[in-house]
Design a protein. Structure first.
Length: 124
């Protein structure tokens, strides 16, 4: 996969977040993906549940990701990513957030790379 393909996958996600078109973001996830958001008590599994959670929670007008560490071996890659952004709280006020995201990416049979597992924790 190499650094270039990992960077393209991350750029695709950030661009989708910022554009408001979440479908390209969702396309980055494998059919058997699982996520563990910092606010969840247990993993969210299956493509339909992951997509539903992301559609409900991905209204972020400002978002940036920076790779801290990335490794690849035999069709799997993992990344430790620092993220930061700005969102609106329930009162409509802008609030900043930041944290770390860890994700595992797998090469599919068709050659595409998809996220199979992601978990993150906000700093605050």
């Amino acid at each position: 996969m190499g650094t270039g393909a990992l960077s393209l996958l991350m750029e695709k996600q950030v661009a989708a977040y910022l554009s408001g078109d979440i479908e390209p973001f969702l396309d980055c996830f494998a059919d058997d993906a699982a996520i563990l958001p910092s606010t969840a008590k247990k993993p969210i599994e299956t493509a339909s549940k992951v997509r539903k959670w992301i559609r409900t929670n991905a209204q972020i007008p400002k978002y940036q990701m920076t790779v801290v560490k990335s490794e690849e071996d035999e069709g799997l890659a993992y990344q430790l990513i620092r993220y930061k952004g700005m969102n609106k709280n329930d009162a409509g006020r802008s609030v900043q957030f930041s944290g770390y995201l860890t994700r595992i990416v797998r090469r599919e049979k068709n050659g595409d790379w998809k996220i199979v597992c992601a978990t993150w924790k906000d700093d605050n």
